[in-house]
Ligand binder design. Structure first.
Ligand SMILES: NC(=O)c1ccc[n+]([C@@H]2O[C@H](COP(=O)([O-])OP(=O)(O)OC[C@H]3O[C@@H](n4cnc5c(N)ncnc54)[C@H](OP(=O)(O)O)[C@@H]3O)[C@@H](O)[C@H]2O)c1
Length: 220
């Protein structure tokens, strides 16, 4: 009898909005999901990446860890987490010939375009978060031969802080809400991103040499 070994998928940033959704989602039987939250793997710690990941021997890494752009966000931390850490993750994946799945943002664009953005449109990030995420994209693209980058926007779901949830909750407490009206974006259900990510990972891992690696937009 041949017992087929399950493929081990590591999910970093596993307690975040997307990370938690990916961990909760039903993956096919032949996959074993190994969540690593911030306390279990700090992706800015190069030694930890090598030590923890080498011991786990993953078949694929899905990186959802991110340093966000909340008020008072630290510039150095942004670049350490959203750019430099990708160098360690991508190098590990290259050395071990495994895929790296990563997520990026519409903040790599400047928002001046009047039509929906396409993957290849010119990037021009306007803030530290967008710049650090764009640098992360470039690192993944240049270092990890087997990669998928999914650029998404305005994630919402029942977990974590997000715009839709804030509106929903505030509308139950306040009679009147004051809300910005000069931003346009595509709210995206985090479960849609999780489902699509799983489909893409499974498809690519079944045929590792197939085409399909690269960068995609994925929005609601
Ligand atoms: N949320 C959106 O609207 C949105 C829009 C477009 C793209 N995206 C992209 O989607 C991906 C997932 O975003 P998300 O909304 O799920 O983020 P999130 O809810 O803020 O979760 C990020 C997770 O990363 C962890 N983390 C932070 N620094 C880390 C480090 N050095 N090492 C390991 N883990 C670390 C955080 O842990 P702690 O809280 O403990 O620090 C948190 O659990 C990101 O790539 C993001 O750029 C998100």
């Amino acid at each position: 009898m041949i017992v087929k070994q399950k493929k081990k998928i590591i999910i970093t940033g596993a307690k975040g909005q997307l990370g938690a959704s990916l961990c909760r989602f039903r993956w096919p039987e032949s996959y074993f999901i190994y969540p690593l939250d911030h306390s279990q793997l700090d992706i800015t710690d190069m030694d930890a990446i090598e030590k923890v990941l080498s011991a786990l021997k993953p078949d694929c890494i899905v990186n959802t860890a991110v340093y966000g752009m909340g008020e008072g966000a630290d510039t150095e931390k942004s670049f350490q987490t959203n750019s430099l850490a990708l160098l360690s993750l991508a190098s590990f994946c290259k050395k071990n010939q495994i895929p790296l799945i990563h997520f990026s943002t519409d903040y790599v664009f400047d928002g001046q375009q009047k039509s929906p953005y396409r993957e290849q449109d010119s990037k021009n990030p306007l803030n530290v978060y967008g710049s650090s995420k764009y640098a992360g994209e470039l690192i993944v693209q240049h270092i990890a031969p087997l990669h998928i980058i999914l650029r998404t926007s305005w994630l919402y779901g029942s977990l974590g802080k997000n715009f839709m949830r804030w509106i929903w909750e505030s509308s139950h407490m306040e009679k009147e809400l004051t809300i910005i009206n000069d931003q346009i974006g595509c709210p995206t259900n985090v479960l849609d991103v999780a489902e699509t990510t799983i489909k893409m990972v499974c498809q690519q891992l079944e045929k590792p040499l197939a085409e399909g690696w690269g960068l995609y937009h994925l929005c609601g």
